[in-house]
Design a protein around this ligand. Structure first.
Ligand code: 3ON
Ligand code: FE
Length: 491
């Protein structure tokens, strides 16, 4: 704990609320410039592009969105070459974004409670959702795709970030079909002779829910597709994979769509956590012929994101960020006024599944408030040693992510690089050093909102020495609102 950290640390608090709120302002402008305000040096071996997605607009006209997840997707690209970096950001030109910007008012309802102007009667029975394309961005099969949770992806030009349009993945998706924002890349797929493949899913949730799995080769062609029905409503944000399974956590929630249908609430505000329920761990075999879905019961929690999963002898291990409950999104609350003490903090849990005996054991790997895990891409679906996670500065309690935590899962050793008191982090991404062999030989890239300068930085940390001086800090000319997910591509 440094001296400056302490000035704010009256109740173990390492940030000022107004500083944190500064990162929840829109960035309506679109930029394109080379970054020349840099501390340290960009490694010349770091070559490729970091793509990030997240809500870029937090109001439409003069009306704020009800929740940041309802904000229009804005993609940033930070391209690294020869020790230099270039920044670019553009909004995804979705139908909703174009229409609302033209009208300068809200024309769509958002899943997280944003309503059209005009009260409930203007919203009732309007079940059309805005495809906001704000959750993730990936480069696969020579396409850059902006992803949202509940609708088709949008294809962007990787060089200019211009929106090419909705993409149906070579005829695979029908209008309105979902393609989740959480694909996984199997680095070495046994079914494909060791070639990498992209695994993604879509869910149709209802009284029973249908999960469809898609797998694509590096050219973007469909390799495998299969659908499975599971009992009950399933709100599935993320998936973990192993060589043989796609793994989902069906959180214990109840869904009552009536307030949504009658125009009173957003769909996500109709999801209520059921503390008496159990989490259902759903194991779907990746081999298309195998219809045998297994469902195991695990302790109650709410999981958005998984870190990783792997198989070992007759066990399957899954590491995930678990919350004690899913806090109900409240209709009259302002997300900038969030009381961190009243909502649960994420913790890293490990579940040990014994498919044979159908038993699940769990333990807490990290109790510090954390979210957005990342690992070496070669270890996805395999036993791994290092995980990097966005983490709070304080060891206990719920707080904004102000650092990057590196956990050595073999030794239990942990290191934290902190941006506190005035820096606020986001999803860290591990990028391997070309030619490196050690699992932590590479960099961790993270976008940090620096309230002291009201701007964002791209911070490059040495993954082997996370808590040392950053390798470089690239200062942007503006802030970037807190985002969701992204990826790095060296193509
Ligand atoms: O009607 C059903 C219910 C429902 C809620 C089906 C459905 C698919 C329409 C649906 C929609 C769900 C959606 C659109 C979920 C989107 C989630 C999203 C955009 C992001 C989730 C982020 C999760 C976390 C944990 C973020 C953490 C952020 C921080 C720690 C701070 O920056
Ligand atoms: Fe996510």
């Amino acid at each position: 704990q440094t001296a400056t950290d302490r000035t704010l640390s009256t109740e173990n608090r390492f940030y000022d609320r107004q500083d944190w709120q500064g990162g929840y302002r829109s960035l309506p402008d679109e930029y394109d410039y080379s970054i020349d305000d840099i501390d340290g040096e960009i490694p010349s071996e770091l070559e490729g592009t970091l793509f990030r997605n997240g809500p870029g607009l937090l109001e439409v006209g003069d009306r704020p969105v009800h929740h940041p997840f309802d904000g229009d997707g804005m993609v940033c690209a930070i391209a690294f070459k020869d020790g230099r970096a270039h920044f670019k950001n553009r909004f995804v030109r979705t139908e909703g974004y174009i229409a609302e910007q033209k009208a300068n008012k809200m024309l769509y309802r958002g899943v997280f409670g944003t309503q059209k102007s005009g009260g409930w009667w203007a919203n009732a029975f309007d079940l059309k959702l805005k495809n906001i394309a704000n959750t993730n961005v990936i480069y696969w099969g020579e396409k850059l795709l902006a992803l949202g949770e509940a609708a088709e992806p949008h294809r962007l030009d990787p060089a200019t970030l211009e929106t090419i349009g909705k993409d149906d993945l070579n005829g695979l998706l029908q209008p309105g079909d979902a393609f989740s924002a959480h694909p996984r890349i199997d680095p070495c797929c046994e079914m494909d002779g060791g070639a990498p493949c992209l695994v993604n899913f879509s869910v149709k949730a209802g009284i029973s829910s249908t999960i469809t799995i898609y797998e694509f080769n590096p050219a973007g062609d469909l390799l495998r597709q299969h659908s499975h029905a599971i009992p009950g409503f399933a709100f599935l944000h993320d998936m973990a994979i192993t060589p043989n399974y796609c793994i989902f956590f069906q959180n214990p929630v109840r869904f009552n769509p009536l307030p949504f249908v009658f125009g009173l609430r957003g769909a996500a505000e109709c999801v209520a956590f059921d503390p008496s329920g159990t989490t259902k761990v759903v194991l779907i075999p990746r081999t298309p012929g195998n219809r045998e879905v297994q469902i195991l019961e695990a302790p109650s929690s709410f999981v958005f994101h998984h870190a990783n999963a792997w198989e070992e002898e007759d066990k399957i291990y899954v590491d995930s960020i678990a919350y004690d409950s899913f806090p109900t999104v409240e209709p009259d609350a302002d997300f900038r006024e969030l009381d961190f003490d009243r909502v649960p903090a994420g913790q890293l849990w490990r579940l040990e599944l014994s498919a044979g005996s159908k038993t699940v054991e769990h333990r807490v790997l990290e109790s510090r408030c954390c979210e957005f895990p990342s690992l070496h891409p070669q270890n996805v679906g395999r036993n791994y040693r290092y995980v990097y996670i966005g983490a709070a500065r304080a060891e206990t309690g719920n707080a904004p992510l102000q650092g990057v935590l590196k956990l050595d899962l073999h030794s239990g050793e942990r290191q934290l690089y902190s941006f506190a008191p005035r820096g606020f982090g986001s999803e860290p991404l591990f990028v391997p050093r070309p030619g490196g062999t050690a699992e932590d030989d590479g960099w961790v890239l993270v976008m940090v909102y620096d309230a002291a300068h009201d701007r964002s930085d791209i911070v490059i940390l040495d993954a082997g020495n996370i808590d040392g001086e950053p390798v470089a800090r690239l200062h942007l000319k503006h802030h970037v609102p807190y985002g969701l997910h992204g990826s790095f591509t060296s193509e």
